[in-house]
Design a protein around this ligand. Sequence first.
Ligand code: G1P
Length: 292
Amino acid sequence: MPEQKFKPVRKAVFPVAGLGTRFLPATKVMPKEMLPINDRPLIQHVFEEARDAGIEEFIFVTGRYKNMLEEHFDFQPELEHTLELRGKVNMLTKVRDSEIPAGKLFLTRQPKPLGLGHAVWCASKIVGNEPFAIILPDDIVNYKQGCLSQMINAYNQHGGNIVAVKDVPRKETSKYGILDICEDKGDTVSIKGLVEKPDPEDAPSTLSIIGRYILQPEIFEYLSIFEKGAGNEIQLTDAMAKMLDKQDFHGLRFKGDHFDCGSRLGFIAANIAYGLNDPEIGEGVKGILKQY
Ligand code: G1P
Protein backbone atom coordinates (compact mmCIF):
# COMPACT_ATOMS: atom_id res chain seq x y z
CA MET A 1 0.00 0.00 0.00
CA PRO A 2 1.39 3.44 -0.89
CA GLU A 3 1.86 5.65 2.15
CA GLN A 4 -0.93 8.19 2.54
CA LYS A 5 0.23 11.81 2.49
CA PHE A 6 -2.87 13.21 4.16
CA LYS A 7 -5.07 12.09 7.05
CA PRO A 8 -7.80 9.86 5.56
CA VAL A 9 -11.42 10.99 5.27
CA ARG A 10 -13.37 8.41 7.30
CA LYS A 11 -16.50 10.27 8.36
CA ALA A 12 -19.35 11.89 6.45
CA VAL A 13 -21.95 14.32 7.75
CA PHE A 14 -25.42 14.29 6.20
CA PRO A 15 -27.44 17.41 7.11
CA VAL A 16 -31.04 16.12 7.01
CA ALA A 17 -32.92 18.48 9.32
CA GLY A 18 -34.46 20.58 6.50
CA LEU A 19 -38.24 20.92 6.19
CA GLY A 20 -38.67 20.19 2.49
CA THR A 21 -41.32 22.86 2.01
CA ARG A 22 -40.94 22.75 -1.79
CA PHE A 23 -42.47 19.27 -1.78
CA LEU A 24 -45.47 19.91 0.45
CA PRO A 25 -47.85 18.23 0.99
CA ALA A 26 -45.73 15.13 0.12
CA THR A 27 -43.33 16.05 2.92
CA LYS A 28 -45.96 16.91 5.53
CA VAL A 29 -45.01 13.88 7.64
CA MET A 30 -42.39 12.16 5.47
CA PRO A 31 -38.80 13.49 5.43
CA LYS A 32 -37.92 14.87 1.99
CA GLU A 33 -34.80 12.68 2.06
CA MET A 34 -37.13 9.64 1.86
CA LEU A 35 -38.48 10.69 -1.55
CA PRO A 36 -37.40 7.97 -3.99
CA ILE A 37 -35.30 8.32 -7.11
CA ASN A 38 -36.19 5.09 -8.90
CA ASP A 39 -36.05 2.32 -6.28
CA ARG A 40 -34.23 4.00 -3.42
CA PRO A 41 -34.71 7.13 -1.34
CA LEU A 42 -32.46 10.15 -1.77
CA ILE A 43 -30.72 9.42 1.53
CA GLN A 44 -29.76 5.94 0.35
CA HIS A 45 -28.30 7.26 -2.90
CA VAL A 46 -25.96 9.54 -0.95
CA PHE A 47 -25.21 6.91 1.70
CA GLU A 48 -24.11 4.48 -1.04
CA GLU A 49 -22.00 7.19 -2.65
CA ALA A 50 -20.24 7.75 0.70
CA ARG A 51 -19.80 4.04 1.43
CA ASP A 52 -18.39 3.44 -2.07
CA ALA A 53 -15.92 6.27 -1.46
CA GLY A 54 -14.60 4.42 1.61
CA ILE A 55 -16.47 6.36 4.30
CA GLU A 56 -16.70 4.30 7.50
CA GLU A 57 -18.86 6.42 9.80
CA PHE A 58 -22.13 8.11 8.87
CA ILE A 59 -23.35 11.11 10.85
CA PHE A 60 -26.93 12.31 10.37
CA VAL A 61 -27.87 15.78 11.60
CA THR A 62 -31.61 15.30 12.02
CA GLY A 63 -34.53 17.19 13.49
CA ARG A 64 -38.14 16.63 14.50
CA TYR A 65 -40.15 14.09 12.42
CA LYS A 66 -37.02 12.62 10.84
CA ASN A 67 -36.97 9.26 12.68
CA MET A 68 -37.85 7.40 9.49
CA LEU A 69 -34.33 8.10 8.20
CA GLU A 70 -32.62 6.07 10.91
CA GLU A 71 -35.28 3.34 10.66
CA HIS A 72 -34.55 3.02 6.96
CA PHE A 73 -30.97 1.94 7.61
CA ASP A 74 -31.81 -0.44 10.45
CA PHE A 75 -31.94 -4.26 10.40
CA GLN A 76 -35.52 -5.34 9.51
CA PRO A 77 -35.77 -8.98 10.74
CA GLU A 78 -39.48 -9.56 9.89
CA LEU A 79 -39.09 -8.26 6.35
CA GLU A 80 -35.90 -10.25 5.75
CA HIS A 81 -37.52 -13.41 7.14
CA THR A 82 -40.54 -13.03 4.85
CA LEU A 83 -38.37 -12.41 1.78
CA GLU A 84 -36.27 -15.45 2.70
CA LEU A 85 -39.36 -17.68 3.02
CA ARG A 86 -40.59 -16.47 -0.39
CA GLY A 87 -37.19 -17.03 -2.01
CA LYS A 88 -36.94 -13.37 -3.08
CA VAL A 89 -33.14 -13.40 -3.14
CA ASN A 90 -32.68 -10.20 -5.18
CA MET A 91 -34.98 -8.18 -2.95
CA LEU A 92 -33.28 -9.58 0.13
CA THR A 93 -29.90 -8.46 -1.20
CA LYS A 94 -31.30 -4.98 -1.89
CA VAL A 95 -32.77 -4.73 1.62
CA ARG A 96 -29.54 -5.90 3.27
CA ASP A 97 -27.60 -3.42 1.17
CA SER A 98 -29.53 -0.59 2.80
CA GLU A 99 -28.34 -1.43 6.33
CA ILE A 100 -25.70 0.55 8.15
CA PRO A 101 -23.61 -1.87 10.26
CA ALA A 102 -23.65 -1.65 14.06
CA GLY A 103 -21.60 1.18 15.49
CA LYS A 104 -21.32 3.09 12.21
CA LEU A 105 -24.38 5.38 12.33
CA PHE A 106 -24.30 8.46 14.54
CA LEU A 107 -27.18 10.84 15.12
CA THR A 108 -27.28 14.37 16.36
CA ARG A 109 -30.05 16.96 16.16
CA GLN A 110 -30.32 20.51 14.99
CA PRO A 111 -33.11 21.86 17.19
CA LYS A 112 -33.75 25.03 15.13
CA PRO A 113 -33.28 25.70 11.39
CA LEU A 114 -30.42 28.16 11.81
CA GLY A 115 -28.66 27.34 8.53
CA LEU A 116 -26.36 24.77 6.92
CA GLY A 117 -23.32 26.05 8.83
CA HIS A 118 -25.11 25.52 12.11
CA ALA A 119 -26.27 22.03 11.07
CA VAL A 120 -22.66 21.03 10.32
CA TRP A 121 -21.47 22.55 13.61
CA CYS A 122 -23.99 20.29 15.42
CA ALA A 123 -21.83 17.32 14.30
CA SER A 124 -18.55 18.79 15.58
CA LYS A 125 -18.18 16.57 18.65
CA ILE A 126 -18.84 13.41 16.62
CA VAL A 127 -16.43 14.40 13.85
CA GLY A 128 -13.65 15.38 16.29
CA ASN A 129 -10.24 16.42 15.05
CA GLU A 130 -10.01 14.87 11.58
CA PRO A 131 -10.91 15.77 7.99
CA PHE A 132 -14.47 14.83 7.06
CA ALA A 133 -16.95 14.91 4.20
CA ILE A 134 -20.31 16.65 4.00
CA ILE A 135 -22.98 15.40 1.60
CA LEU A 136 -26.24 17.23 0.95
CA PRO A 137 -28.86 14.65 -0.07
CA ASP A 138 -30.66 17.18 -2.31
CA ASP A 139 -27.75 16.99 -4.74
CA ILE A 140 -27.55 13.73 -6.64
CA VAL A 141 -24.72 13.02 -9.09
CA ASN A 142 -25.03 10.15 -11.54
CA TYR A 143 -21.70 8.72 -12.72
CA LYS A 144 -19.92 5.38 -12.62
CA GLN A 145 -17.45 6.78 -10.09
CA GLY A 146 -19.34 8.55 -7.32
CA CYS A 147 -18.77 12.28 -6.83
CA LEU A 148 -17.32 11.86 -3.32
CA SER A 149 -14.94 9.17 -4.54
CA GLN A 150 -13.70 11.59 -7.24
CA MET A 151 -13.22 14.21 -4.53
CA ILE A 152 -11.28 11.82 -2.29
CA ASN A 153 -8.94 11.14 -5.22
CA ALA A 154 -8.42 14.91 -5.55
CA TYR A 155 -7.92 15.19 -1.77
CA ASN A 156 -5.24 12.48 -1.87
CA GLN A 157 -3.36 14.69 -4.35
CA HIS A 158 -3.91 18.15 -2.87
CA GLY A 159 -4.90 17.63 0.78
CA GLY A 160 -6.59 20.64 2.38
CA ASN A 161 -10.22 21.35 1.59
CA ILE A 162 -12.17 20.37 -1.53
CA VAL A 163 -15.61 21.41 -2.76
CA ALA A 164 -17.48 19.92 -5.72
CA VAL A 165 -18.22 22.58 -8.34
CA LYS A 166 -20.00 23.09 -11.64
CA ASP A 167 -20.67 26.01 -13.94
CA VAL A 168 -24.20 27.39 -13.77
CA PRO A 169 -25.98 30.01 -15.90
CA ARG A 170 -25.19 33.48 -14.47
CA LYS A 171 -28.85 34.14 -13.67
CA GLU A 172 -28.73 31.23 -11.18
CA THR A 173 -25.81 32.35 -9.00
CA SER A 174 -28.20 33.47 -6.26
CA LYS A 175 -29.05 29.80 -5.57
CA TYR A 176 -25.49 28.67 -4.77
CA GLY A 177 -22.20 29.30 -3.03
CA ILE A 178 -20.00 30.87 -5.73
CA LEU A 179 -16.22 30.68 -6.18
CA ASP A 180 -13.76 33.49 -6.71
CA ILE A 181 -11.11 31.59 -8.66
CA CYS A 182 -7.39 32.01 -8.09
CA GLU A 183 -6.08 29.56 -10.71
CA ASP A 184 -8.08 27.45 -13.13
CA LYS A 185 -6.33 24.16 -13.88
CA GLY A 186 -9.25 22.57 -15.72
CA ASP A 187 -10.43 19.69 -13.52
CA THR A 188 -9.50 21.58 -10.39
CA VAL A 189 -9.41 25.27 -9.48
CA SER A 190 -7.76 26.94 -6.53
CA ILE A 191 -10.00 29.34 -4.66
CA LYS A 192 -9.34 32.83 -3.30
CA GLY A 193 -12.88 33.79 -2.36
CA LEU A 194 -16.33 32.33 -1.68
CA VAL A 195 -19.68 34.13 -1.66
CA GLU A 196 -23.00 32.65 -0.61
CA LYS A 197 -25.86 33.23 -3.06
CA PRO A 198 -24.65 36.45 -4.73
CA ASP A 199 -26.85 38.35 -7.19
CA PRO A 200 -25.76 37.61 -10.78
CA GLU A 201 -24.20 41.06 -11.19
CA ASP A 202 -22.09 40.64 -8.02
CA ALA A 203 -21.01 37.02 -8.58
CA PRO A 204 -17.20 36.68 -8.92
CA SER A 205 -17.69 33.73 -11.33
CA THR A 206 -20.38 31.26 -12.35
CA LEU A 207 -18.63 28.30 -10.76
CA SER A 208 -20.93 27.09 -8.01
CA ILE A 209 -20.67 24.69 -5.10
CA ILE A 210 -22.70 21.50 -5.37
CA GLY A 211 -23.50 19.74 -2.09
CA ARG A 212 -20.24 17.86 -1.52
CA TYR A 213 -17.39 19.04 0.68
CA ILE A 214 -14.20 17.65 2.19
CA LEU A 215 -13.17 19.91 5.04
CA GLN A 216 -10.53 20.11 7.71
CA PRO A 217 -11.77 20.15 11.32
CA GLU A 218 -10.63 23.77 11.83
CA ILE A 219 -13.88 24.74 10.08
CA PHE A 220 -15.64 24.18 13.42
CA GLU A 221 -13.71 27.09 14.98
CA TYR A 222 -15.21 29.41 12.36
CA LEU A 223 -18.67 27.88 12.55
CA SER A 224 -18.75 28.29 16.33
CA ILE A 225 -18.73 32.08 15.91
CA PHE A 226 -22.37 31.61 14.83
CA GLU A 227 -22.27 34.65 12.56
CA LYS A 228 -25.33 35.04 10.36
CA GLY A 229 -24.96 35.64 6.62
CA ALA A 230 -27.12 35.33 3.49
CA GLY A 231 -30.80 34.71 4.28
CA ASN A 232 -30.04 35.55 7.94
CA GLU A 233 -28.67 32.00 8.37
CA ILE A 234 -25.36 30.65 9.67
CA GLN A 235 -23.72 29.76 6.36
CA LEU A 236 -21.10 27.06 5.75
CA THR A 237 -19.80 29.11 2.80
CA ASP A 238 -19.04 32.09 5.08
CA ALA A 239 -17.05 29.91 7.50
CA MET A 240 -15.09 28.42 4.57
CA ALA A 241 -14.41 31.93 3.22
CA LYS A 242 -12.87 32.90 6.58
CA MET A 243 -10.55 29.89 6.42
CA LEU A 244 -9.23 30.63 2.91
CA ASP A 245 -6.14 32.58 3.94
CA LYS A 246 -5.11 29.83 6.41
CA GLN A 247 -5.69 26.67 4.37
CA ASP A 248 -5.70 25.32 0.83
CA PHE A 249 -9.09 25.20 -0.90
CA HIS A 250 -9.74 23.54 -4.24
CA GLY A 251 -12.86 23.18 -6.34
CA LEU A 252 -13.25 19.92 -8.27
CA ARG A 253 -15.19 19.97 -11.54
CA PHE A 254 -16.66 16.51 -10.96
CA LYS A 255 -17.73 14.16 -13.72
CA GLY A 256 -21.37 13.13 -14.02
CA ASP A 257 -24.89 14.49 -14.31
CA HIS A 258 -26.00 16.60 -11.37
CA PHE A 259 -29.65 16.79 -10.31
CA ASP A 260 -30.97 19.34 -7.85
CA CYS A 261 -33.50 17.09 -6.15
CA GLY A 262 -34.47 19.88 -3.77
CA SER A 263 -36.56 21.23 -6.66
CA ARG A 264 -39.51 19.39 -8.21
CA LEU A 265 -38.12 19.72 -11.71
CA GLY A 266 -34.69 18.38 -10.73
CA PHE A 267 -36.35 15.54 -8.83
CA ILE A 268 -38.42 14.52 -11.86
CA ALA A 269 -35.37 14.83 -14.14
CA ALA A 270 -33.43 12.51 -11.81
CA ASN A 271 -36.24 9.96 -11.82
CA ILE A 272 -36.33 9.98 -15.62
CA ALA A 273 -32.53 9.64 -15.90
CA TYR A 274 -32.26 6.83 -13.33
CA GLY A 275 -35.34 5.12 -14.79
CA LEU A 276 -33.87 5.19 -18.31
CA ASN A 277 -30.60 3.74 -16.96
CA ASP A 278 -32.29 0.90 -15.13
CA PRO A 279 -31.90 -2.38 -17.07
CA GLU A 280 -35.26 -3.68 -15.77
CA ILE A 281 -37.47 -0.70 -16.63
CA GLY A 282 -35.36 1.48 -18.99
CA GLU A 283 -37.20 0.42 -22.16
CA GLY A 284 -40.55 0.92 -20.44
CA VAL A 285 -39.59 4.44 -19.35
CA LYS A 286 -38.53 5.26 -22.93
CA GLY A 287 -41.95 4.10 -24.11
CA ILE A 288 -43.74 6.28 -21.56
CA LEU A 289 -41.72 9.35 -22.58
CA LYS A 290 -42.59 8.77 -26.24
CA GLN A 291 -46.25 8.37 -25.34
CA TYR A 292 -46.40 11.74 -23.59
C1 G1P B 1 -26.43 25.08 0.11
C2 G1P B 1 -25.16 25.92 0.27
C3 G1P B 1 -24.72 26.50 -1.08
C4 G1P B 1 -24.54 25.38 -2.09
C5 G1P B 1 -25.85 24.56 -2.19
C6 G1P B 1 -25.65 23.35 -3.08
O1 G1P B 1 -27.49 25.94 -0.23
O2 G1P B 1 -25.40 26.94 1.21
O3 G1P B 1 -23.51 27.19 -0.93
O4 G1P B 1 -24.21 25.91 -3.34
O5 G1P B 1 -26.26 24.08 -0.89
O6 G1P B 1 -26.84 22.64 -3.22
P1 G1P B 1 -29.02 25.47 -0.12
O7 G1P B 1 -29.32 24.69 -1.37
O8 G1P B 1 -29.13 24.64 1.12
O9 G1P B 1 -29.82 26.74 -0.03
